[in-house]
Design a protein around this ligand. Structure first.
Ligand SMILES: [Zn+2]
Length: 364
C-alpha cells in the first residue's frame, strides 16, 4: 500500500505512485498529518523514533523503522540569549538524517526497491546512507562542483553517483528525467521527508521544558529545516502546548535569495532567481519547491527574511570554529545574520540557531 497524496495547491490526487508533483506544479502532501500528543512519546527511546507513534500513520505496515540513531541532538548555550542545536552531529553529519529516516521508512513499507535523488551533497549523502540501511538502491545526481567529501560519502554508502556539469539546477533536471521511470525520493518534494524534519521542533520543546525560543534563524535553500520547525511548532500549537509560534527567520546568501526578494515584496509565491556564485553552496537554490509555504511560515510566525554577504558568512564560520563548532560554511549563514536579526528582535529575545552540517565534509 502507499499513503494517499494530493496537491497542496489544487487538491487533485496524485496521478501515480511515481508522481512527485501535481500537473499544476504544486507539491503533493499526505492527506494524513501528524497530531502531537505528549502521552504518545516513547520516553525510553533515545532517537527521533521516540515520536514514532506521532510521525507515522497506523495504517502504514512499518516493521522496525529505518534508523541509524538520528535525532536527540544537543542544545547548547552560545552567548547571552542564543542557543545552538547541533544538528551536524547526526549519523551522516547533517540535519537531513531526520527526514531521510522517515522517508526511507515509508518507502520501505511501500515496497520501493530503487530511487533517484538530486542534491548539492548533504541530502544525497543522507539518503544514500538510509537507502543502504533499507536495502534500496539509490542513484544520486550531484553538481560536479559539489564538495569532494560529500561525493565520497555518497559513493561509500553504495549509491550510484551521477556527477552533472553546470549549475545546481542541471543536477535536478537530470534527476527529474530519471524520475520518469524510478521513484524520486526528493528531500525537497517528497512529503515523507518533512515528517522527520518536524521532530526537531518537538525535541526542542522537550529540551527547553516548553519554553520555546522567541525566534529561530535558519539557512534556507529548499527550506526543509525551516518547514520542519514550522510544521512541528504548528502541531505543538494545535495541541495547546505552546502559545505562539517562534518567529521563523529565513537567511539566504546575497548571491541567491529568491525567498528574501519575495518576502520583501509581500508576495505569496517565490519567483525563480539567477544563481550567482556563493560560498554557501548548500543553499544555492534558485527556485524552492515549497516557496509559498515558506512565505506563509514567515508571515504567520511574524518572522522575516535576511540576506548575508559571503564575507560575513566566512567571519561567522571562523567564529564558530574558534568556539569548537566545526560546521560547514553554509551552516554559518544564520550566525552571520544575527546582528541584523537582533536589531529587529530587540536585545532580550531568546534565539535558537540550528547548526545544519559538519565541516568535515568540506575538507579536501
Ligand atoms: Zn495541483
Amino acid at each position: 500500500m502507499s499513503l494517499a497524496r494530493s496537491c497542496a495547491h489544487c487538491h487533485s490526487p496524485a496521478v501515480s505512485t511515481l508522481a512527485w508533483h501535481c500537473g499544476c506544479s504544486g507539491p503533493l502532501e499526505y492527506e494524513w498529518q501528524p497530531h502531537f500528543e505528549p502521552e504518545r512519546i516513547d520516553r525510553g527511546c533515545w532517537s527521533q523514533w521516540r515520536y514514532r507513534a506521532i510521525l507515522l500513520p497506523e495504517a502504514l505496515p512499518v516493521q522496525p523503522p529505518v534508523s541509524l540513531g538520528e535525532g536527540m541532538t544537543p542544545l547548547v548555550p552560545f552567548e547571552a540569549g542564543v542557543f545552538l542545536k547541533l544538528e551536524y552531529l547526526m549519523p551522516t553529519g547533517s540535519y537531513k538524517d531526520r527526514g531521510s529516516a522517515t522517508l526511507l521508512t515509508v518507502l520501505q513499507a511501500e515496497g520501493v526497491d530503487a530511487l533517484v535523488e538530486d542534491s548539492s551533497g548533504n541530502a544525497g549523502a543522507s539518503i544514500a546512507a538510509y537507502a543502504g540501511a533499507a536495502g534500496i538502491h539509490a542513484t544520486i545526481f550531484v553538481p560536479a562542483h559539489a564538495a569532494a567529501g560529500k561525493k565520497a560519502q555518497i559513493a561509500a554508502f553504495g549509491a550510484t553517483l551521477q556527477e552533472i556539469e553546470g549549475v545546481r539546477q542541471a543536477a535536478s533536471d537530470a534527476c527529474q528525467r530519471a524520475a520518469e521511470e524510478t521513484l524520486y525520493a526528493s528531500h525537497a518534494w517528497h512529503p515523507a521527508f518533512l515528517l522527520g524534519q518536524m521532530s526537531a521542533a518537538w525535541e526542542l520543546w522537550e529540551q527547553s521544558e516548553g519554553k520555546m525560543p522567541e525566534a529561530i534563524l535558519f539557512p534556507v535553500g529548499q527550506g526543509g529545516m525551516l518547514l520542519g520547525y514550522y510544521r512541528g511548532c504548528r502541531a505543538l500549537l494545535a495541541a495547546g502546548l505552546i502559545e505562539r509560534l517562534p518567529r521563523l527567520i529565513a537567511v539566504q546568501s546575497q548571491g541567491c535569495a529568491p525567498l528574501v526578494r519575495a518576502w520583501e515584496q509581500g508576495a505569496t509565491q517565490v519567483a525563480p532567481t539567477e544563481e550567482q556564485p556563493t560560498i554557501a553552496e548548500g543553499i544555492r537554490i534558485a527556485a524552492p519547491a515549497r516557496g509559498d509555504e515558506l512565505l506563509r511560515a514567515l508571515y504567520e510566525s511574524e518572522g522575516f527574511a535576511l540576506t548575508v554577504e559571503d564575507a560575513a558568512i566566512r567571519a561567522a564560520h571562523r567564529t564558530l570554529a574558534r568556539r569548537g563548532l566545526f560546521v560547514e560554511t553554509t551552516s554559518a549563514v544564520p550566525l552571520a545574520a544575527l546582528p541584523a536579526a537582533r536589531q529587529r528582535l530587540g536585545p532580550d529575545a531568546t534565539v535558537l540557531i540550528p547548526l545544519s552540517g559538519s565541516g568535515l565534509k568540506e575538507q579536501k
